[in-house]
Design a protein around this ligand. Structure first.
Ligand code: PEP
Ligand code: MG
Length: 574
């Protein structure tokens, strides 16, 4: 008898149809209980031996992984492997097993946990390079504790054959070790279409479905079919689905690469830019044909930092991005710390409601000086390169904030200040806001979460958290109209681009252009698909499609209306 097929409906994030076995992301290692003591029948010696064996096994696993990589990744893995059997860590853990330990005897798991915390604290206190190793100690600690508990090692799982990764959601830190050659698709029970998993999946060009309840109960090793455009996951797929996946792979492999200089069918240029987090991303984006950078998320350069990066570090980090785009536009966004991207030197993690708290531009009031120093570093990096450097502030809510940001930019010698329009108040007052600055970029991820009052990270709210929602499309139209008004009033062009994830959806990209977007910025992987679809419509057609989407009563109806007008999507397997 054939195994039963089960279909799970989730939310579409990135298109593509693939079939492979699933592997689950292990749960994070929980802190072992305090004062658990040693299990009966064990001795300090036997538990000490167990700790050493678990540490040696972690070291062996990390070395094996290092053997499969090269460059920086290999160095990092080898350094972490050495940390696993660090004498200080093991000595401190074993000492805690003894009844003579000041706090009483600890279980092996608890002893490793506390010893790891102590070593990490010591490294932190030393600062500089040593402080940066603290995260490695905590990673090794979690691996040893998982080994002692007989659980799978934390982090992205490994497998001999390519697989589909199942998780509740992925954290930004997980992304560093995700190898797209090994992972064919992502499916999560949590997250939303603008969550980190979604952003990552698009960046890697991986088919993905989020907010698919029940995927975590699919047994490890089950063969599943994922349709990223439909948002469906089917276990034990039949011949028809296997064929659909094969067909999609052939189409995807034959899709031409993006050639740069994007134009609509009538020849109107609509530059396609890239969203990047650091120099390496920028290099990849340039190779993918991006016409510039529409969003440099500077906080991504410093996510692992406890302290404000120095002026020189900042100049180096931004310069690496400018170097990849000589003579091209690069829009640098000042630090957007807070909510899902806390930076210890700017964010108050105790806030009860971080998405509505002191984040983005607002941190300038609570931690003055960081923004001005960042602007000076951007200006210094820009002076050493030929890129057309523009700067924008995240989370601007009022025209007064826009004015103050523009004056800080002017003081730093930066001539093209702009703002993100991602708070509904900024979209509603776009005319006043844009009279203060040179350009705006629509952050549809946050604009959607704030318009719909739906946390972008929450799976159960994924259908609300959809940029096709009529309210979001209306806000985008208002922002574009406001910018046109500001342009007429000041006599200066006030271009509005889009740098939220909406720009990477080829059908929505057409709508955004129809609503007035002058450029679109996205993960480099999305450039080819978006460019291929935009090249088939004229501006007038895009405007008509946008009007139909705007008139639709729901997100699903808007999406359907636009997709019906774009048969090229099906032809390209998008
Ligand atoms: C957005 O909010 O749409 C955006 C581009 O910024 P981020 O995703 O970094 O918040
Ligand atoms: Mg945002």
């Amino acid at each position: 008898m054939l195994p039963l097929t089960r279909t799970i409906k989730g939310v579409s994030v990135a298109p593509g149809r693939v079939v492979a076995v699933v592997k689950h992301m292990p749960s994070p290692v929980a802190e072992p209980t305090e004062h658990a003591g040693m299990p009966p029948g064990t001795t300090v010696e036997s538990e000490g031996e167990r700790i050493r064996a678990a540490a040696a096994s972690v070291q062996g696993q990390l070395r094996l992984r290092a053997d499969t990589t090269d460059g920086d990744a290999k160095e990092v893995l080898l350094a972490t492997a050495r940390m696993a059997t660090d004498p200080l860590l093991l000595k401190s853990a074993v000492a805690r097993l003894s009844p003579a330990n000041p706090g009483g005897a600890r279980s092996a798991e608890r002893a490793v946990w506390e010893a790891g915390a102590e070593v990490a604290e010591t490294l932190q206190a030393l600062g500089g390079y040593m402080a940066e190793r603290a995260a490695d100690v905590l990673d090794v600690r979690a691996r040893i504790v998982a080994g002692l508990q007989g659980l799978a090692a934390p982090g992205i799982p490994t497998c001999e054959v390519p697989f589909i990764l199942v998780a509740h959601d992925l954290a930004p830190a997980d992304t560093a070790t995700l190898d797209p050659a090994k992972i064919l698709a992502l499916i999560t029970s949590g997250g939303g279409p603008q969550s980190h998993t979604a952003i990552l999946a698009r960046a890697l060009g991986l088919p993905a479905v989020v907010a698919a309840p029940g995927v975590e109960s699919i047994p490890e090793g089950t063969v599943v079919y994922v349709d990223g455009a439909e948002g469906t996951v089917c276990t034990n797929p039949d011949g028809e689905l296997l064929q659909a996946a094969e067909h999609w792979t052939t189409k995807a492999n034959s899709r031409p690469a993006f050639g740069g200089n994007n134009t609509l069918a009538d020849g109107l240029p609509v530059p396609l830019l890239a969203n990047v987090g650091h120099g390496a991303d920028a290099g990849a984006a340039a190779r993918a044909g991006a016409e510039g950078v529409g969003l440099l998320r500077t906080e991504f350069c410093f996510l692992d930092r406890d302290t404000e990066p120095s002026f020189d570090e900042q100049v180096t980090a931004y310069g690496a991005v400018f170097a990849a785009f000589p003579g091209r536009k690069v829009v640098v966004r000042t630090l957007d710390a807070g909510a899902d991207k806390p930076l210890p030197f700017l964010s108050n993690i105790e806030e009860p409601n971080p998405a509505l708290g002191v984040r983005g531009y607002r941190t300038d009031a609570t931690t003055p000086g960081v923004l001005e120093r960042q602007l000076r570093a951007i200006a210094a990096a820009a002076a050493a390169h030929s890129s057309d450097v523009q700067v924008m502030a995240p989370m601007i809510s009022t025209a007064e904030e826009a004015r103050r940001f523009a004056s800080l930019c002017a003081s730093a010698g930066l001539r093209t200040p702009g703002v993100m329009v991602e708070v509904p108040s900024a979209a509603l007052t776009a005319s006043a806001v844009l009279q203060e600055v040179a350009f705006a970029s629509l952050g549809t991820n946050d604009l959607t979460q704030y318009a719909m009052a739906a946390d972008r990270q929450l799976g159960p709210l994924a259908t609300l958290n959809d940029p096709w929602q009529p309210a979001v499309l209306q806000l985008i139209q208002l922002a574009a109209d406001g910018a046109a008004q500001a342009s007429a009033m000041t006599g200066a062009p006030k271009p509005v681009g889009v740098c939220g994830e909406a720009a990477a959806d080829p059908a929505l990209a057409v709508v955004l252009v129809g609503l007035g977007a002058a450029s679109l910025s996205m993960s480099a992987r999305a450039l080819a698909a978006v460019g291929a679809v935009l090249s088939t419509v004229t501006l007038v057609q895009a405007q008509r499609i946008a009007m139909e989407a705007l008139a639709a009563p729901s997100a699903a109806a808007a999406r359907k209306a636009a997709r019906n007008r774009l048969p090229v999507l099906a032809e390209l397997g998008l």
